[in-house]
Design a protein around this ligand. Structure first.
Ligand code: ADP
Ligand code: MG
Length: 605
């Protein structure tokens, strides 16, 4: 397909009407002892038309984000009553999620990608798999142009640590992500928050172009500048979850509120005037029941009529089934082809950019370089000695080789916790299955740690003169590291915040340490604890390393016993049998991490 400078690669689909009637939404508040439902939205009516740009306003906590979430099918808890219509059909929740472009309040971007890569990455995940890369590239090119991002398309997104694009540019990229699927309805939650007023104007002008081209645009906004406010053709004003105004902000708002007895001072901003009048304080402060006044007004009558009109039109134009597309992961049953596609895209963009990131490599390689140097100088040549102290020392070193990668996994937790909002956003947007994300992560870590583990083990094996097979030792170390990484991922996904996640993992590893058969020999562990030694994965790693190192040792005795006999490991199978058990633990930890990621969500909405 040729990309003509003037026309988009595919014609922009015109918007769809969003209509809702008697919409109420409540949640049960778990924090309160009374299990009374908390009503967040009540009796809302309204219609948003294609080509129109509606401002959704209200004091903070009024329910703006909640309304957008409900209309976009993003709510996961709570009770929803009322009717929502989209175009000429009654959509299911998944259809809502699919049809609405939703630009959330907080930018969730991948800091290690450039603007162009971020858009391509998302396009590859969100657009149909069957579409060629050339078409996707065209669409991204068009979005880049439409959003005025041409000059920064090769700039890294960056974050607070690494400088990247500016706040306004990041916001535009975020809007671009919402546009990649060419949604007919676009919701934006506070797109100007955190931007200076000139940048906010730019962003809003851009959003306005999207509406002029026929999309249905709804945008929540806080104290807009007068220039921004002028972009809106409709205002939907909320107060404590109820509608207090729905109409033309420029023609109807001032006369309406003046008729209720609230004079407007010439020169004041209309947006501030309406927000302060209705909800700046609480209902008690102003003492006036704006909700009932609105209910009795012609505007409310109008909103209901508009809804009826949309509903009747819907009945006339037979039920149109929303076209299904394969671009929304949440909507499809699992398919291997799709899974492999997601895996490829995740590895191509995310993992590859991580491998090029110094901080990422540093976190994973730094401790191994440092420890290898210290341990090498401490244990130089001792593995080949046959005296009793060397024997104890070497056993202790092997213990360290199983413990260090387990503790080291704590270093992986912060990045995962920080990435969580991004993960939830992408999953909500239907970018990938949870399992694709986790397996891509596991492969990413597994590949990079092959190199680092080989370095670490090779250095120690030869300088310390360890016995047994180099390869067996390497595999054991490598698997222990993979187990640690998956435990780190489980903690990062399951625990509410970074502090807890960072504390829990080392505590768990330390308790494992007691039961590995070194500080207390397994045979001496009291009966009540014996069962526990069987589920400590690090114990099998230690045994594999010990058996590998000492199985051919016939001439060193500890208290008249051969080393393995002394540690009670002579009946614990071969090194590879222990490695097999360790591998089974790895598989178990991957499954555990999957459930933590898939089932526990710390982003309640
Ligand atoms: N899942 C939830 N459980 C309990 N309270 C919620 C939930 N979601 C939102 N709320 C509450 O609903 C109110 C409206 O929130 P929100 O829609 O985010 O307001 P805003 O208008 O600032 O976007 C707030 O008081 C918020 O605390
Ligand atoms: Mg909000």
């Amino acid at each position: 397909m040729e990309l003509d400078d003037k026309s988009p690669p595919t014609p922009i689909k015109s918007g769809k009407t969003v209509a809702f009637s008697n919409l109420s939404y409540s949640v049960t508040d778990n924090q309160k002892t009374t299990k009374e439902p908390k009503i967040l939205l009540q009796g809302l009516n309204g219609v948003f038309y294609p080509g129109e740009m509606t401002a959704l306003m209200g004091a903070s906590g009024a329910g703006k984000t909640t309304l957008l979430d409900v209309l976009a099918g993003r709510k996961t808890v709570g009770t929803l009553k009322g009717e929502i219509l989209l175009g000429s059909s009654k959509p299911t929740r998944n259809q809502l999620r699919h049809e609405m472009g939703y630009v959330e309040q907080f930018d969730t971007l991948v800091p290690t990608l450039t603007v162009q890569e971020m858009l391509m990455y998302t396009a590859e995940l969100k657009r149909p798999m069957s579409e060629s890369l050339a078409v996707k590239t065209d669409i991204v090119g068009h979005v880049v142009k439409e959003l005025g991002l041409k000059d920064v398309k090769d700039t890294l997104i960056g974050n607070s640590l690494a400088r990247g694009v500016s706040g306004g540019q990041a916001k535009r990229v975020n809007i671009g992500l919402g546009m990649l699927t060419e949604p007919r309805v676009l919701f934006l939650d506070e797109p100007t928050t955190g931007l200076d007023s000139a940048t906010a104007d730019d962003v809003m002008q851009l959003v306005q172009t999207l509406a002029t081209k026929g999309r249905t645009v709804v945008c929540t906004i806080h104290s807009p500048s007068s220039q921004v406010f002028r972009c809106f053709s409709k205002l939907y004003l909320l107060h404590l979850g109820r509608c207090v105004f729905f109409g033309d902000p420029h023609k109807q708002a001032v006369p309406y509120f003046e008729s209720l007895g609230y004079p407007y001072l010439m020169g004041d901003s209309i947006s501030d005037y309406v927000v302060f009048t209705t909800g700046g304080g609480t209902k008690g402060n102003s003492g006036f029941d704006f909700e009932s006044a609105y209910e009795a007004s012609p505007m409310a009558e109008e909103a209901k009529k508009s809804f009826e009109a949309v509903a009747t039109r819907m009945l006339k134009e037979e039920e149109v089934v929303l076209e299904s597309s394969d671009s929304d992961a949440s909507q499809r049953p699992f398919s291997i082809g799709r899974f492999l596609h997601e895996l490829r895209v995740l590895l191509k963009y995310r993992s590859w950019s991580n491998y090029k990131d110094g901080q990422y490599i540093g976190q994973r390689l730094g401790d191994k370089v440092l420890f290898s140097l210290i341990l090498m100088s401490l244990y130089w040549g001792q593995g080949g000695e046959t005296n009793v102290p060397s024997m104890y020392n070497t056993s202790a070193l092997l213990l360290l080789l199983t413990v260090l990668p387990s503790y080291g996994a704590a270093a992986y937790v912060p990045s995962l916790v920080m990435e969580r909002p991004l993960f939830f956003r992408e999953r909500n947007d239907g970018c990938f299955y949870t399992v694709s994300y986790l397996i891509a992560k596991a492969i990413e870590e597994a590949i990079i740690s092959t190199v680092f583990s080989a370095y670490f083990i090779t250095v120690l094996y030869f300088t310390v003169d360890l016995q047994g097979s180099w390869f067996t030792l390497l595999v054991t170390f490598y698997l222990t590291l993979q187990c640690g990484i998956m435990l780190g991922y489980t903690c990062g996904a399951a625990l509410p915040n970074m502090e807890t996640a960072n504390a829990v993992l080392p505590t768990y590893v330390t308790t494992c340490l007691f039961f590995m058969g070194f500080f207390i020999i397994i045979d001496d562990v009291p009966d009540g604890w014996r069962w526990y030694t069987n589920i400590v994965h690090m114990r099998y790693a230690f045994q594999a390393m010990m058996i590998n190192n000492y199985e051919n040792n016939e001439n060193v005795f500890l208290e008249d016993k051969l080393v393995l006999n002394y540690y009670g490991m002579d009946n614990e199978g071969s090194a590879w049998e222990n490695i097999a058990v360790l591998f089974a633990f790895y598989v178990f930890f991957v499954i555990l991490a999957y459930f933590a990621l898939a089932k526990l969500s710390h982003v309640k909405r």
